[in-house]
Design a protein around this ligand. Structure first.
Ligand code: FE2
Length: 426
């Protein structure tokens, strides 16, 4: 997993006049991965600051919010529903560190939009919201470049201040809300009230230790990755931050292409995945996800921690279920680390005991672990990640992760040999 660096100067060769300073390299290829140094165009006004919150559309928001509180260490922070004068949609907002999730459900029979979303996708992420500066300008820019504006900028206000929002359409039925908070001091957004109920159990459980959203991954159907990446480049002025070479990222059955797009400041990172041709279908290669989600959508949300060992110990104690890699993964890791300059400061025996994965290069490493899907459909799952001077996304672990997921897929009857005319489950 140690990668030798090789500097390249971009997709297309650039002619440099004699004596002129050569153009700086646009990307750096290291083994399986490519990191990019060209941040592209910067917005003349306004900027994307960070992830603001994610909104899940679910069948039963009250129970979904309770699951995230009980299993993952979130706390109820705000509420909207019948008691606050919202007659159509109920929303429970939960928070941990800077991470905010909203769980929304329809209150009345006949809510066509939310009902059809639920029939098609099951519980899932409807919206990924970004905190921005100058919402009006960013929307105007995106509109001018061809983005579909679901909702034009509008302002909400209460005694705690003002917030301007707008909604853009992205992949599948997923949207992006832009949130401009002008020194807003309320719990969440204007109109939200404190939660109705404080669960006494939560204070007795160990902390989830999760701090902020590290990245949000969007799974796409076949050949849809590049058009989606270009949507972010064109409409939001995001740039390519990192990518993986599918040819080396496969098991016998699963293969994946991934390009990570980021805002200019690189505080918002969105990996965009598509399946590469494999012998069988698989969740990570997006096929099983896309089949069960009914199209493109958010596949996983990675949450950053500064103490993954305590976090995972505590989350397991709370009953959260995680993917398991075999002990041979750690035998191989110990062997590989003998040839690397990197020093892992955590105890490998503890990492092995908790099944935390390690990916590294000569300069740093990351620790990560993935949950099992968090609803009955094998669609959305979560990641916990800790970074030590490493900006990757765990490419060195994809193979082990594929294998762990394939074992679960096999149990679900979804590991299928793909042949030109016949598909059969094994
Ligand atoms: Fe991830």
């Amino acid at each position: 997993m140690a990668h030798s660096g090789e500097l390249l100067s971009g997709d297309q060769p650039v002619e440099t006049p004699m004596g002129a300073t050569p153009a700086p390299p646009l990307f750096k290829k290291e083994g399986k991965m490519t990191t990019y140094t060209d941040k592209g165009e910067k917005h003349e006004q306004g900027k994307f600051l960070c992830f603001d919150h994610l909104t899940f559309w679910v069948g039963n928001a009250k129970q979904a919010a309770s699951y995230y509180c009980n299993k993952l260490g979130f706390e109820p922070v705000a509420y909207q529903g019948l008691e606050t004068g919202n007659r159509d949609v109920v929303s429970h907002v939960v928070k941990q560190g800077k991470i905010m999730y909203v769980f929304s459900s329809a209150l009345n029979p006949g809510n066509k939009e939310m009902g059809e979303h639920l029939i098609k996708h099951g519980d899932g992420v409807k919206d990924v919201a970004f905190t921005v500066e100058d919402c009006d300008y960013l929307v105007q820019k995106a509109r001018g470049r061809g983005a579909f504006i679901v909702r034009e900028p509008y302002t909400l206000e209460d005694k705690h201040g003002k917030v301007t929002l707008a909604v853009l359409q992205t992949y599948g039925d997923t949207t992006h809300t832009l949130v401009e908070r002008t020194s807003y001091s309320g719990l969440f957004l204007p109109g939200f009230k404190p939660p109705l109920h404080k669960d006494p159990l939560l204070a007795k459980l160990p902390s989830g230790k999760l701090n902020f959203i590290d990245h949000v991954v969007g799974n796409q159907g076949d050949d849809e990755m590049v058009p989606v990446v270009e949507w972010y480049q064109r409409n939001l002025l995001f740039h390519r931050f990192w990518s993986v070479d599918d040819k080396q990222l496969q098991t016998e059955f699963s293969a994946l292409r991934s390009i990570v797009v980021a805002n200019y400041e690189e505080t918002v990172k969105m990996p965009i995945n598509e399946p590469a041709t494999g012998k069988r279908k698989s969740q990570i290669q997006a096929s099983e996800y896309v089949e069960y989600y009914g199209g493109a959508g958010v596949q996983h949300i990675a949450m950053n921690t500064s103490d993954i060992i305590t976090a995972i110990r505590n989350l397991k104690e709370r009953g959260m279920e995680f993917m398991c890699v075999p002990d041979t993964y750690y035998d191989q890791l110990r062997e590989n680390l003998k040839h690397s300059k990197v020093q892992i400061t955590e105890d490998l025996d503890v990492l092995q005991d908790l099944k935390i994965l390690v990916d590294y290069d000569d300069n740093g490493y990351l620790l990560q672990i993935f949950t099992k899907p968090v609803q009955d459909r094998p669609t959305v799952f979560l990641e916990v990640i800790q970074r030590h001077n490493h900006k990757g996304f765990g490419a060195g672990n994809f193979k082990s992760l594929f294998e762990a997921i394939e074992a679960d897929q096999n149990a679900r009857g979804n590991l299928t040999i793909l042949t030109p005319n016949v598909s059969k489950s094994i």
